[in-house]
Design a protein around this ligand. Structure first.
Ligand code: IPM
Ligand code: MN
Length: 364
């Protein structure tokens, strides 16, 4: 297995280093070989190359680098975001560009409360918070379609198009049904989340695609929630959910809420998946400039992302050793969270590198 590693900005390289530590440990344990190559794709590099911090100027990632990344089995990403660079430049220039160009059309976000992790939801336990959000990752309002007219005047008009295609909805829905079928849960229910009562065009495309494709999955219960109600249920009855499928922006928003109920950005991991191409795994948290270089950031999310990388690469390549390795990493993470005082940066009771050591040791 060949892995491209992008540490990125801020605390990204620190948490990625712990994920690599765990990768090395689990590969010895299970017995598989891998190679890695680091790609310096970061805000610092952009600035050093003369990039304008206030507006997109030079490419954050070159066409040649994207071509090179295509050849890997997986990409492991730390964090994107730099305090000296205006919002949007790195996000669009690196993260969204990779998602779009590598056609990573699924954003997979498991929401699982690990043992010993604090949830702000009173009376909820690990058995109550265990579901997965399948977010469409290449369409919706993320495409950049639209524009602004009469900018800076009283007549300013801006549009941001919610580009929804049957093709895009359909492949996300299909992935979600397949994922739900594979998942080891007794609920076997897929919930479509949208806003069909207001977005009567895009919502309808999703809804009809969901119901039509759903006929091919008689073993899976079909369920629908409006996105606002879904937020309510996340807090009130998270145990209701099994797998959720939703569009890009709704998925973005509900997975931050979901990250909080599973213990925060220190533990939440995600995968940008192209089932037929190269997928990219990342901790959900940002670059955390204020904690950078202090060895206090929580690497659990990045390590869990490595677990996902192994498991999913195993599923897509039909390699049982990688699946086993992914499952072992998750178990080791669950053993480690029980020993930590908190999942918040600086309050873990351990340093970043010590948490990585604990997970590596728990594999043995
Ligand atoms: C995420 C992030 C990104 C998104 C940003 C950084 C562009 O919030 O991965 O959820 O909106 O998708
Ligand atoms: Mn987000």
């Amino acid at each position: 297995m060949n892995i491209a590693v992008i540490g990125g900005d801020g605390t990204g390289p620190e948490v990625v280093a712990e994920g690599m530590k765990v990768l090395q440990a689990v590969s010895k344990k299970v017995g598989f070989k891998y190679t890695t190559k680091e790609f310096d794709l970061s805000g610092d590099r952009y600035l050093a190359a003369g990039g304008n911090p206030d507006a997109p100027s030079i490419p954050v990632v070159s066409d040649a680098e994207i071509a090179e990344l295509r050849a890997y089995d997986a990409i492991y990403l730390g964090a994107v975001g730099h305090p000296k660079i205006a919002p949007g430049i790195l996000e669009k220039g690196l993260l969204l560009r990779l998602r779009f160009e590598l056609d990573q059309y699924i954003n997979l976000r498991p929401v699982k409360l690990y043992p010993g992790v604090y949830t702000p939801l009173k009376d909820k336990e690990p058995k109550d918070i265990d579901f997965v959000v399948v977010r469409e990752n290449t369409e919706g309002i993320y495409t950049g379609m639209g524009g602004v007219q009469y900018k800076g005047t009283q007549q300013e008009v801006s549009t941001q198009v919610n580009c929804t295609t049957r093709f895009g909805a359909e492949r996300a829905i299909r992935y979600a049904f397949e994922f739900c079928r594979r998942r080891n849960s007794s609920k076997k229910m897929l919930t479509l989340v949208h806003k069909t009562n207001v977005l009567t065009f895009a919502g309808d495309t999703w809804y009809r695609a969901f119901m039509e494709i759903g006929k091919e999955y008689p073993d899976i219960k079909k369920d629908y929630n409006h996105v606002d109600a879904c937020c309510m249920w996340f807090v009130k009855n998270p145990e209701y959910y099994d797998v959720i499928v939703t569009d890009n922006i709704f998925g973005d928003i509900i997975t931050d809420l979901a990250a909080m109920i599973q213990g925060g950005l220190g533990v939440a991991a995600g995968g940008n998946i192209n089932p037929a191409g190269v997928s990219m795994y990342e901790p959900m948290g940002g670059s955390a400039p204020k904690y950078t270089g202090q060895n206090v950031i929580n690497p659990i999310a990045a390590i869990a992302a490595m677990g996902m990388l192994l498991r999913n690469t195993g599923v897509h390549k039909n390699d049982s050793k990688l699946i086993q390795a992914g499952d072992m990493v998750e178990k080791a993470v669950m053993a480690t969270t029980q020993k930590m005082k908190s999942q918040a940066a600086g309050k873990m009771g351990y340093s970043t590198t010590e948490v990585g050591d604990l997970v590596a040791a728990a594999l043995a």
